[in-house]
Design a protein around this ligand. Structure first.
Ligand code: PEP
Ligand code: MN
Length: 354
């Protein structure tokens, strides 16, 4: 299936990515207006705020609801910025449109639910408003594409995908792990669909925002959605990841946006080298599997089990340490060897059970 899209035409400064900034949530009229004025002064063109907040547990601040919508309208009237909010139900869509909100986004939890997305799509039929779709909380590209297609199928043509990272069981550095290959694959399959990075929900920490912004620019993302609050430490939700408009401005000032360079001769020659090395890697892997199948014959003849754990542990340790000496992440090399070993075992089982 293909998308039927029109350009977003979001305002941005010459050759810079477009930026949508604002607090996680609209808390009070004063907080919304102060943050909006400071952002506008820094040259921001689009203002976000959550009006209905999907919260993991009840009892947390769940947003001001309809009461906050006149504040958003005031932001637009007084600063000229376009406004953006999250919608999760047809009622949210109706109210957002009633108060003249310019851009809607669908949150990660909603994207994960096709029933909810279809209801939203039905409520958007015949409405000309840009809709941005965050990735689902789980790393499922097809589910993300499905949500985008449902909204587009309702006739919404100005669309973009927002990459905000994915939930994992072990929270290490990131609140939501980037898994960059997923948005990159989305872009490969649908080059006409803009992709926006949300470093705030990805990092979950304000000190990670600059790096994530730069990484997304280096990967050719089209825009950024960043949480900004005039007094982040006192924010009613997501305090740790919000930055002041001043810090945001500093981050954006230092962002290096590289020209979308045409493929040059030197890049072509580097890619050719990579292709050749990949051919060699494939050849080596094929040969390694062949030897592994010969080992299976031996094991079968001598009535041995397929997996010899001591040998397996030895390979993982030895190659992990070697990888680290070669400047690669030990965990990465271990994972590569785990996968190679798994395929090797699969092939040996075939022979032994024949
Ligand atoms: C948000 O943008 O405030 C938000 C709730 O994000 P997400 O849906 O990505 O968790
Ligand atoms: Mn938030």
């Amino acid at each position: 299936m293909e998308f039927n899209l029109q350009p977003l035409n979001f305002p941005s400064d010459n050759k810079r990515p477009f930026v949508i900034a604002g607090p996680c949530a609209a808390e009070t009229e004063e907080q919304v207006m102060t943050t909006a004025r400071q952002l506008a002064e820094k040259g921001c063109h689009m203002f976000r705020a959550g009006v209905w907040k999907p919260r993991t547990k009840p009892g947390c601040f769940e947003g001001q609801g309809e009461k906050a919508l006149p504040w958003m309208r005031r932001v637009k009237e007084e600063t000229g910025m376009l406004t953006a909010i999250e919608v999760a139900t047809p009622e949210h869509v109706e109210l957002a449109l009633k108060y003249g909100v310019d851009i809607l986004w669908i949150g990660a939890r909603t994207t994960a639910n096709p029933f909810a997305v279809q209801e939203l799509a039905d409520s958007l039929r015949g409405v000309d408003v840009p809709v941005l779709v965050k990735n689902p909380v789980n790393p499922d590209l097809e589910l993300w594409i499905g949500a985008l297609l449902r909204i587009n199928g309702a006739g919404v043509k100005r669309m973009a995908a927002i990459h905000r990272g994915f939930s994992t069981i072990d929270h290490k550095l990131y609140r939501n792990i980037p898994l960059w290959h997923i948005p990159i694959e989305l872009h490969r399959r649908f080059p006409g669909l803009p992709v926006i990075c949300d470093p705030s929900h990805m990092g979950g920490r304000r000190d990670l925002i600059a790096t994530l912004c730069q990484q997304s620019m280096d990967m050719g993302f089209h825009g950024l959605l960043i949480e900004s609050h005039y007094n982040p430490d006192e924010a009613w939700s997501d305090a740790a990841q919000q930055v002041t408009p001043e810090v945001l401005d500093f981050i954006l000032e230092h962002l290096i946006v590289r020209d979308n360079v045409e493929m040059t001769e030197s890049l072509l020659s580097l890619r050719k080298q990579i292709d050749e090395m990949d051919d060699q890697l494939m050849d080596l892997l094929t040969r390694r599997m062949r030897v592994s199948r010969e080992i299976a014959m031996y094991k079968k003849e001598h009535n041995m089990g397929v997996v010899q754990t001591r040998r397996y542990a030895e390979i993982l340790d030895k190659r992990g340490a070697q990888g680290s000496l070669c400047g690669m992440d030990t965990g990465f090399i271990r994972r590569v060897y785990e996968e190679i070993h798994a395929e090797s075992v699969r092939q040996q089982m075939e022979i032994i059970n024949k």
